[in-house]
Ligand binder design. Structure first.
Ligand SMILES: C[S@@+](CC[C@H](N)C(=O)[O-])C[C@H]1O[C@@H](n2cnc3c(N)ncnc32)[C@H](O)[C@@H]1O
Length: 284
């Protein structure tokens, strides 16, 4: 295909003001994700594939489908296409040191029978974050059978959850895992030297589930720590404020909330105090 052809395709799928405004408000209502004008090209680019596979000629038809009772499964495709899923193993490594020293190790010194520990990775994307948590957990809580320990890993994007549940990553991704953990928890795949799989020992610790943070949450028990990193940044301030308050409700007093490097609770919620850089402890 030559460049002229490429151009005509882009023109064919021009995202007009009216349709862009419809998509912005649909997504904000559905997911809390706020898209500003400078995301218009990105939205257009990511949805063109959907229009093609639905055999649609323009965005007006696509918006009409979303606005109709037949929208059904298309909402999931739309959300999967729009979310930004960038992640990595041991992203912001100081959080994992903090988890080890401030959450897990202190629990070792209190020793009720089979202590219960629950950690939530909210907005876990393709799973590198919950697997990083699981590696620290498996290393600290020995032997693991002596603990009732689980990680809940949730995301709105069903494609990402499938990748997390499979636990298969490129060797390039796995290079971000510190060597001591890599040796212990990462398995080679037969006939595929470009990919690796996470050990069953880790996979047993994690439950991957679809959860839209913008909706009602089904969980009953409280958490010792919640990781919600690089997720709230896509929401507006009132949505962030409400979300952080709901996280306070879901944490034990003394539990920790880990946020992304560009996110902060300062001036947002007085139920937390700072514990470390972008780590907050629930105090009330
Ligand atoms: C940039 S990734 C962050 C991944 C990981 N927490 C990290 O910091 O590496 C943001 C994730 O938030 C998810 N997300 C966005 N809106 C959401 C919502 N309303 N409910 C649940 N997950 C959402 C996206 O699907 C995406 O996988």
């Amino acid at each position: 295909m030559n460049a002229r052809h490429d151009h005509s395709h882009q023109r064919e799928f021009n995202l007009e003001d009216r349709e862009f405004r419809f998509l912005v408000s649909f997504l904000s209502r559905e997911t809390g994700i706020v898209l500003s004008e400078h995301k218009r090209q990105m939205v257009c680019g990511r949805l063109v594939k959907r229009l093609r596979s639905l055999g649609m000629r323009d965005f007006a038809a696509y918006c009409a489908l979303l606005d109709s009772p037949a929208a059904g499964a298309e909402v999931e495709h739309l959300v999967n296409a729009i979310t930004t899923n960038i992640t990595n193993f041991f992203r912001e490594p100081h959080h994992f040191d903090h988890l080890r020293h401030q959450v897990l190790e202190p629990r070792l010194s209190q020793s009720p029978k089979k202590p219960r520990i629950r950690i939530w990775s909210a907005g876990c994307s393709s799973g590198q974050e919950p697997y990083s948590i699981a590696m620290v957990m498996a290393e600290v809580l020995k032997p693991s059978e002596a603990w009732d320990a689980l990680i809940l890993a949730t995301d709105i994007d069903t494609n990402m959850l499938k990748r997390g549940a499979d636990g298969i990553y490129s060797a390039e991704d796995a290079a971000h895992i510190p060597e001591n953990y890599r040796k212990r928890f990462v398995r080679r795949l037969h006939n595929d030297s470009d990919h690796v799989q996470m050990a069953d020992e880790l996979r047993r610790l994690i439950r991957f589930k679809r959860l839209n943070l913008h909706e009602k949450w089904p969980m009953k028990g409280k958490f010792d720590a919640i990781f919600c990193r690089n997720v709230a940044i896509y929401f507006d301030k009132p949505t962030q404020r409400a979300l952080f308050n709901r996280y306070a409700d879901m944490l034990h007093v003394g539990g920790m909330l880990y946020l992304g490097h560009a996110e902060s609770l300062i001036g947002m919620n007085d139920r937390f105090e700072a514990s470390d850089k972008t780590v907050y402890r629930r105090i009330r």
